[in-house]
Every structure is written in C-alpha cells, then in structure tokens.
Design a protein around this ligand. Structure first.
Ligand SMILES: NC(=O)c1ccc[n+]([C@@H]2O[C@H](COP(=O)([O-])OP(=O)(O)OC[C@H]3O[C@@H](n4cnc5c(N)ncnc54)[C@H](OP(=O)(O)O)[C@@H]3O)[C@@H](O)[C@H]2O)c1
Length: 281
C-alpha cells in the first residue's frame, strides 16, 4: 500500500467501498475484505448508514472484530434527512453499534440536501469532542458548497470531500479538486471503476484503455485506479466482493502511468474545459 499524509493522518491511497455489500454470500465478502487487508494493506473502508439500511455496517462488524482496530480507518456517513433533524448523535451511535466499535475515523454528511451547514459543523465538532468520531467531512459537495461550508465557524475543520471522480467523469478536476487541494481538504474519489453499471463496462472494455493497460502491465481496472490516484493527493475507494476482481484491480496499481500514455488516455477522456455541476450517483 502507498499512503498520503493529511492533517497528521496516514491515509491509504486505496480503500474498500461497501455499497451493495451484502448482496452475495457474507462469508465470501468477508473473505475478500480480509484478503485485501492482509495481502494489500487495504485498511481504509468506506460505508454508510444508507447502504442496505445498515447491512454493510453490520457486515463490517465481522472485519472490525478480526483486526486491531487501530490499523483500520473506517469512513461512515449520515443521511441528510437525519442530519436535517439534528439526529447526529443518535445516528452515529446506531452506526457504532452496528459496526461494533467505539469510534468512526471519518464521519461524512452523505450529500448536502437541505442541511444547515453551521448546524452540521457544530454537531460534528460535538461528536469529535465526545470521542465518537475522530474527523468529519462531507460528500458530493461542489465548489460553491465547500465555500459555503468554509464560511461557517469550524467549517475549515472539514477533513474530506468524497466525490464522484474517475477517468470518464473528470468534471471535478476543473475547480473542485484544485479548491480542495488549496484548502487542505482531502478528496476521496468514489466509483473509480465507473461502478457496476454500463459505463464501467464501456470504459474497461474501451480499446484505448485495454491497449494502454496492456502496455503499462496493468489491467483496465488497475489503470483506472492508477489514473485517479496519479497525483498522490486524491485517495479512492472501490468495491469488490471477489478476490479475482481484487487482484485484477491491484495489479501494478501504484506504478505511475507514463506521461505518453496519460496523453493517449486524454485523447479519449479529455479533462474538463469548463465548469459543470458535480455529478453524483
Ligand atoms: N458518497 C457517495 O455518494 C458514494 C456514491 C457511490 C459510491 N460510494 C462509495 O464508493 C465505493 C465505490 O463505488 P461503487 O461501488 O459505486 O463503484 P466502483 O467501485 O467503481 O465499482 C464497483 C463495481 O465494479 C465491480 N468490479 C470491481 N472490480 C471489478 C473487476 N476487476 N472486474 C469486474 N467488475 C469489477 C464490482 O462488482 P464485484 O463486487 O462483483 O467485483 C461492483 O459492481 C462504494 O462501494 C461506496 O463505498 C460513495
């Protein structure tokens, strides 16, 4: 594993996502997560109270029990509908119970919704003081929403913005990722493989991606991950329940992609030339 350092924390560049965890055999899924921790050091794990209405968190309980808790960096999320009602402590407590741990390393507001950002910052800071969470952040926030948050008391304590970002969806490069870098906010890319829908298949089976992956001695999936983490300032979380897929995804993933191959990729997947709203799924 390679790491970056952010506000004194050592963060793995690559972590596990858990959206739709629980759709297969639970022991197989736990086996894949354990394999990823043991073989590749994938100790950052992203979940949410929303995923399977708590099922993903409950499955992670099996992982947290098996490992030294201090080795793991658990990211969890509160739904905006709960945040709007001020249910931060209640939701966090329920997540902790499902996870079977006494703290969450990074607690995110899942998306902005109609949440009052000053109220959120106040509640999140209260959770930090109580020891239930170590850091807090947001997800799916575009640049203007980050600016609104930073205008609040304690807003600049936001640790992270988790966003949709991958080779085929590079809109965040226009101003959001630069803004986060400038303001010391970690960007964490979700759906780096374009998730399980048709777009992922289209990208990983695109001739240019297959050709460049082969040249770089990567797989199409590991090339997509290498691309997302290429500046070593953005970390990412991908989901897989399968050990063969995991091995595929990690193949030479930390080998930098050659500049000529980045140029080739950019012909097919150009960087944004203008601002458009942050995509979300
Ligand atoms: N904050 C947010 O709003 C938000 C939104 C979406 C996602 N997320 C987080 O980000 C994580 C990752 O995003 P994601 O799950 O949407 O998409 P993703 O990681 O880009 O793609 C996951 C999908 O790709 C498949 N896959 C993985 N490796 C593969 C391989 N080598 N070959 C073929 N298929 C492969 C997985 O199926 P298998 O399990 O069969 O391998 C799964 O269906 C989520 O799990 C979640 O934790 C956050």
């Amino acid at each position: 594993m390679e790491y970056l350092f952010h506000r004194g924390e050592k963060i793995p560049l690559i972590g596990f996502g858990t959206y739709r965890l629980g759709s297969l055999d639970k022991s197989e899924e736990l086996g894949t997560l354990s394999y990823g921790i043991d073989k590749y050091g994938i100790t950052l794990i992203d979940t949410a109270e929303m995923y399977g209405s708590g099922i993903s968190e409950t499955i992670l309980n099996g992982i947290i029990r098996r490992y030294d808790r201090s080795r793991l960096f658990i990211v969890d999320k509160i739904l905006p509908c709960n945040a709007e009602k001020g249910l931060y402590a209640e939701c966090c407590k329920r997540s902790l119970e499902r996870l079977g741990t006494d703290h969450i390393d990074l607690y995110l507001l899942h998306w902005k919704g109609n949440v009052d950002l000053q109220d959120m910052a106040d509640h999140m800071e209260q959770l930090v003081r109580s020891g239930m969470i170590r850091h807090w952040g947001v997800s799916n926030f575009d640049t203007h929403e980050m600016e609104e948050l930073f205008a609040c008391d304690n807003g600049p304590k936001c640790f992270c913005d988790q966003i949709l970002y991958n080779l085929a969806d590079r809109g965040a490069e226009y101003d959001l990722i630069p803004w986060c870098n400038e303001h010391d906010v970690l960007t964490m890319a979700y759906s780096p493989l374009c998730n399980s829908y048709d777009p992922r298949v289209a990208v990983t089976s695109a001739e240019a991606v297959k050709r460049i992956a082969h040249k770089e001695q990567k797989t199409p999936e590991s090339l997509m991950l290498s691309f997302v983490i290429r500046d070593r300032r953005t970390v990412t979380v991908f989901k897989t329940s399968s050990i063969p897929h995991l091995s595929n995804n990690m193949k030479n993933v930390f080998e930098p992609v050659g500049a000529d191959d980045i140029t080739e990729l950019e012909k097919r997947y150009p960087p944004p030339t203008e601002k458009y709203p942050l995509n979300k799924i």
